[in-house]
Design a protein around this ligand. Structure first.
Ligand SMILES: NC(=O)C1=CN([C@@H]2O[C@H](COP(=O)(O)OP(=O)(O)OC[C@H]3O[C@@H](n4cnc5c(N)ncnc54)[C@H](O)[C@@H]3O)[C@@H](O)[C@H]2O)C=CC1
Ligand SMILES: O=C(O)C1=N[C@H](C(=O)O)C[C@H](O)C1
Length: 272
């Protein structure tokens, strides 16, 4: 594609979503990237409309499409906060187009992750359950604290999100759980305790517990609790604005332009 502006062209998938609209506004205001495409699911009311008008503002010259491959072919990066099945499909198409694929989608299962890994043989993929600087720093701190304490300190992760969130535990909670498990030298899969209900029995020593609160318009709150006899440490991150995730994703899309094909995370992008 010939274009006089040589900043990376970016496609936003799930463009009408909470994160999609946040990303569109950020990219349109940026002098480091251009918005070159907007993708929504087939049948969505915005398909065929100018994106700016669909968002209730002035035209921006980008028509919302459900033809992801055609959109990706014009782009240097795809920023994707959608749903697991869509993200897996987009990973293959972004790799085909050799575009950097930034994945914020959470709720990905092993089968999805395997397909994303396969796509990363051909293109740069940056994936993180949370794109904010604060949470990624918190994973480092969590790992360090877990490393310093033994299993007399019970680890519990409590998260809160808005009423529309469809997956639990959150991607962030799982990142924090992985960091705690790594610090303690155990595999999270062997010690994960989520969804307590009924006569659960006493807590297993060494387990990492997860609890999820859903309600209202909570953007995202995460506590990592280390609870021992007589004392407790609580590490907390509170997100009050989705712009923190969008800024991280755009930074990842730009960073990815200079990388070799492979799967990366925000720790790589931020150099933490
Ligand atoms: N990694 C991070 O920092 C963050 C991750 N997220 C995650 O991002 C995802 C989206 O979150 P929200 O924006 O709040 O959800 P949302 O429900 O507001 O938006 C999702 C959008 O994806 C679209 N979509 C679904 N299937 C599609 C398909 N096949 N093709 C094109 N578009 C499709 C939907 O129509 C919708 O517009 C969730 O998994 C959420 O957990 C959210 C915030 C931060
Ligand atoms: O769905 C959300 O809203 C969020 N999802 C991510 C997660 O699952 O952790 C990140 C953030 O907490 C907001």
């Amino acid at each position: 594609m010939s274009d006089t502006n040589d900043t990376p062209g970016i496609v936003v998938t799930g463009t009408s979503g909470r994160m999609g609209q946040m990303l569109v506004r950020l990219i349109l205001a940026s002098d480091r990237a251009r918005l070159v495409g907007a993708v929504e699911r087939p049948g969505h009311a915005w398909i065929g409309r100018d994106l700016g008008e669909a968002m209730g503002g002035a035209p921006v010259g980008v028509t919302v499409t459900d033809d992801a491959l055609a959109a990706f072919a014009r782009a240097q990066a795809v920023i994707d906060f959608t749903a697991p099945a869509a993200t897996v499909e987009f990973a293959a198409l972004a790799a085909q187009a050799r575009a950097v694929h930034v994945i914020g989608t959470t709720g990905l299962e092993a089968e999805h992750l395997a397909k994303i890994k396969a796509a990363s043989r051909h293109a740069v993929i940056v994936r993180a359950g949370n794109m904010s600087l604060g949470v990624n720093l918190l994973t480092r701190i969590t790992r360090q604290v877990a490393q310093a304490l033994d299993a007399d300190w019970d680890i519990e992760i409590v998260e809160a999100h808005h009423r529309m969130k469809v997956d639990a535990p959150s991607g962030t909670a799982l990142m924090l759980g992985e960091a705690a498990a790594e610090g303690r030298g155990i595999a999270l899969a062997d010690h994960r305790d989520s969804g307590r209900d009924g006569i659960t029995g006493a807590r297993e020593r060494g387990d990492i517990g997860f609890s999820a609160i859903r309600g209202g318009d909570v953007v995202g709150e995460h506590d990592v609790i280390f609870a021992a006899d007589g004392e407790r440490i609580v590490l907390r991150h509170i997100a009050t604005d989705r712009a923190i995730f969008a800024r991280g994703a755009l930074r990842a899309a730009l960073w990815g332009q200079d990388q070799k094909p492979g799967e990366y995370d925000m720790i790589d992008v931020l150099g933490l």
